[in-house]
Write a protein that binds this ligand. Structure first.
Ligand code: NAD
Length: 285
């Protein structure tokens, strides 16, 4: 069993770290919210709460599950990692910045793979996340058993940064479908069709998508708005996708529009808003 560093014990990171502990790995944990780390250690025996970056020096691998690239870069800069260790960057982050980070770590003899996830809190708890990995194939093969504790569909998708690129593109497609669904439901309802009927009929028709199948009834029409994925994180992901298009000289007109809508909604609804609250925001507009 390995010694694993785990940084970022939020909605996703906590259940992921729990599964690694249950699989027998020894953990060193860190979170800027100290209670998240001490609370986790209290419930998971022989877990160490890191008090400095030095505490990760004996880790075989360090996993980050953090909000964005700014935070990942700042956190990694403070870590003391041993040559031969592997950084597994599982946040949803900017692929170009991930490449730059991997190059910096390589100079210290530390390999980085980016391994962002899809599936949300439910699949994080179940250990059935989809994981898309960018990086050296040999490093990926070495780390795959660890990733298999956390996910089911684990794909190597290209060189470093490719996982983060694909994750941002996926979340852009998902956000576009969510906004389209929200508009369709509100307009149909204003025309006099029952909202639940609209979702059910789309689910039996060609407009079916992840929002109509797994979010509309579960988090939107019932007013729950508690999927566990924040609107701020969704807006960040769509912004990454739009910037990626620009970086390869293929500006994405629709992604820019979706980013503007999600960012405006996030600003209006505040940092605590769940991404499913876009449904409310579209209705209000
Ligand atoms: P979250 O906000 O619940 O958790 C982030 C954690 O990072 C928090 O515990 C926070 O205290 C900690 N943190 C922030 N700054 C830190 C720092 N400087 N040092 C140490 N810890 C710090 O977010 P989440 O929903 O768990 O998402 C984490 C990542 O996973 C994000 O990149 C997100 O886009 C991605 N993601 C989320 C979901 C989801 O459904 N929630 C799904 C797939 C991917």
């Amino acid at each position: 069993m390995s010694r694993i560093g785990f940084i970022g014990l939020g909605m996703m990171g906590r259940p992921m770290a729990h599964l690694l502990h249950a699989a027998g790995h020894s953990l060193v944990v860190q979170d800027v919210n100290r209670e998240a780390a001490t609370g986790f250690a209290a419930e998971h025996d022989s877990t160490q709460v890191a008090t400095s970056g030095q505490d990760f020096a004996d880790c075989d691998a360090v996993i980050t599950m953090l909000p964005n690239s700014d935070i990942v870069d700042a956190v990694v800069q403070g870590l003391r990692l041993r040559p031969g260790a592997c950084m597994i960057e599982m946040s949803s982050a900017d692929p170009n910045r991930t490449r730059a980070l991997a190059a910096r770590l390589q100079q210290q003899g530390v390999a980085l793979i980016d391994a962002p996830v899809s599936g949300g809190v439910k699949k994080a708890v179940a250990g059935t996340l989809a994981i898309m990995v960018g990086g050296d194939e040999q490093v990926f093969a070495q780390q795959k058993p660890l990733l298999e504790v956390l996910g089911k569909a684990i794909s190597h998708v290209g060189p470093v940064g490719a996982g983060h690129a694909l994750k941002a593109l996926n979340n852009y497609v998902s956000a576009a479908a969510l906004l389209a669904t929200a508009e369709a439901v509100h307009v149909g309802a204003a025309f006099g069709i029952d909202a639940a009927t609209i979702v059910d009929v789309i689910n039996a028709s060609t407009g079916k998508n992840n929002t109509t199948e797994n979010k509309a009834h579960q988090f939107m029409l019932n007013g729950a708005f508690n999927s566990g994925f924040s609107l701020a994180l969704q807006a960040k992901d769509v912004g990454i996708a739009a910037a990626l298009g620009t970086s390869v000289n293929l500006p994405m007109a629709l992604a820019q529009k979706v980013h503007a809508m999600t960012a405006d909604a996030s600003q209006a609804l505040g940092p605590a808003a769940d991404h499913t609250e876009l449904y409310k925001f579209v209705g209000r507009a």
